[in-house]
Design a protein around this ligand. Structure first.
Ligand code: OGA
Ligand code: ZN
Ligand code: ZN
Length: 418
């Protein structure tokens, strides 16, 4: 994780005040230079006496921009050696016109370079690895359930796969209910939905073919979809634990939505744009005997969502929850269907779609913002039954666990090298 790497010390060679535009030019011994506005320096003073809340590990709550004097100037400025005995580094010591004193370490300044700061946070800027049907044989690592429960290193590797590939498989989980809770506890928490904390995909043999509840709770084909399209904030990750496999059929279908969306963007930018701008409404309505009874949700989402940098950040698509509502000029409707069909064609393309039959004890985990899942139809007989449990997690919970574990691993590696 780029940000956590220990940076080599480079000494500050000079610091020059630019009174006209109220900036400081910092020069380093390797020739690097950077402008720092006074207002930014003052706002980000790291002094432990006034500006920093020691136990809260944060800026003092009282130190808000509301109270910040935008016209402060340095009255004196000095480049001095760092007091930290372990590092041969230096810093800039500034006394401000209001009498406050601040110090800025060389490495600290080098980290904050405004629009030329690299986006190198391994968690927020992951190294995405796209995959197609070949993922089954080559890239999909199998994680032992017991390792995940007992080893932080296994847990971190598994979460890193979820971040970079969007898919990871756990094997040899006990074939009992509620095992997903143990995975949730290892990360932090499972994320509840109106189907509860852990939901069952359990199909009972019914000779007359009648089934109840959600469309997944029967033995039919489920086309590729993301889960919970019908809430405003769909869960970030989905896990499916196979307790009993279907005797025939029921293979999971999986497809990398980011890869398909990138292909669509390259080959048909107009169709891609329609899917990023058209808002669909989705709904879920029913009755749960397990929890709070009746539910009815309605949400609005585009099928492909972009982040602030224009990168694909989320796919939200399930035909079975889509309502007829399209608040668009009627003349664009057929182009929207063409775009949807092109995207689904990409997702279902045999080179992109990967088929995997979950066995008892398997847990497939996916990034629900990226990977679409479905399943082939299957047989339910009097003596065999397909029994799965599902649960969700929130990316913020996974991210924070990754960040903490990564820092611990980096620390261990540093210690073992010194
Ligand atoms: C679901 C689902 C997959 C399966 O319940 O949303 O996708 O394999 N189930 O039954
Ligand atoms: Zn301060
Ligand atoms: Zn699903």
């Amino acid at each position: 994780m780029g940000d956590l790497l220990v940076m080599a010390n480079v000494m500050i060679s000079n610091a020059v005040q630019n009174q006209d535009d109220k900036t400081l030019t910092v020069e380093w011994e390797d020739g690097d230079t950077q402008l720092y506005p006074y207002v930014w320096l003052r706002d980000n003073c790291q002094c432990r006496t006034v500006c920093w809340h020691k136990s809260g590990l944060s800026t003092q709550p009282g130190k808000s921009v509301f109270n910040l004097d935008l016209d402060l100037n340095p009255t004196s400025l000095e480049v001095i050696d760092s007091m930290e005995s372990s590092s041969s580094s230096n810093l800039i010591d500034i006394r401000w016109s209001d009498g406050h004193q601040s110090q800025y370490e060389s490495n600290w300044l080098r980290k904050y370079k405004f629009d030329s700061s690299p986006r190198s946070d391994g968690i927020l800027d992951p190294n995405l690895r796209y995959w197609g049907s070949e993922v089954g044989d080559k890239q999909l690592k199998k994680y032992q359930f017991n390792d995940l429960v007992s080893s932080d290193e296994a847990l971190l590797n598994w979460m890193t796969d979820l971040k970079e590939l969007g898919i990871a498989l756990i094997v040899n989980a006990p074939k009992n209910e509620n095992e997903l809770r143990k995975i949730g506890d290892r990360v932090n928490f499972l994320q509840p939905s109106h189907y509860g904390l852990i939901w069952k995909v359990h199909t009972r043999y019914s000779p007359d073919g009648s089934h109840h509840y959600n469309v997944a709770y029967n033995a039919g084909f489920l086309p590729l979809h993301t889960d919970l399209t019908y809430v405003q904030r769909p869960p970030g990750l989905m896990m499916l634990h196979c307790i009993e496999s279907a005797s025939e059929g029921g293979e999971s279908l999986l497809s990398d939505g980011f890869k398909a969306a990138e292909e669509l963007k390259r080959e048909n930018p107009e169709a891609f744009k329609l899917l990023t701008t058209t808002i669909f409404e989705n709904f879920d309505k029913g009755h749960s005997t397990d929890y709070h009874g009746r539910y009815h949700t309605v949400s609005r989402h585009s099928v492909i969502q972009l982040d602030n940098h224009g990168q694909i950040s989320q796919v939200v698509m399930a035909d079975h929850g889509r309502t007829p509502m399209l608040r668009v000029p009627v003349s664009t409707v057929s182009a929207i269907y063409e775009a949807l069909k092109l995207f689904q064609g990409k997702l279902h393309d045999p080179v992109n779609r990967f088929k995997y039959k979950l066995q008892g004890g398997d847990i497939i985990c996916i990034n629900n913002y990226r990977v679409l899942h479905g399943r082939a139809d299957f047989k339910v007989t009097e003596t065999t039954n397909r029994h799965l449990e599902g649960a969700y997690m929130d990316w913020d919970q996974v991210n924070l666990r990754m960040r903490v574990l990564q820092a611990e691993m980096d620390q261990k590696n540093t210690n073992s090298h010194t």
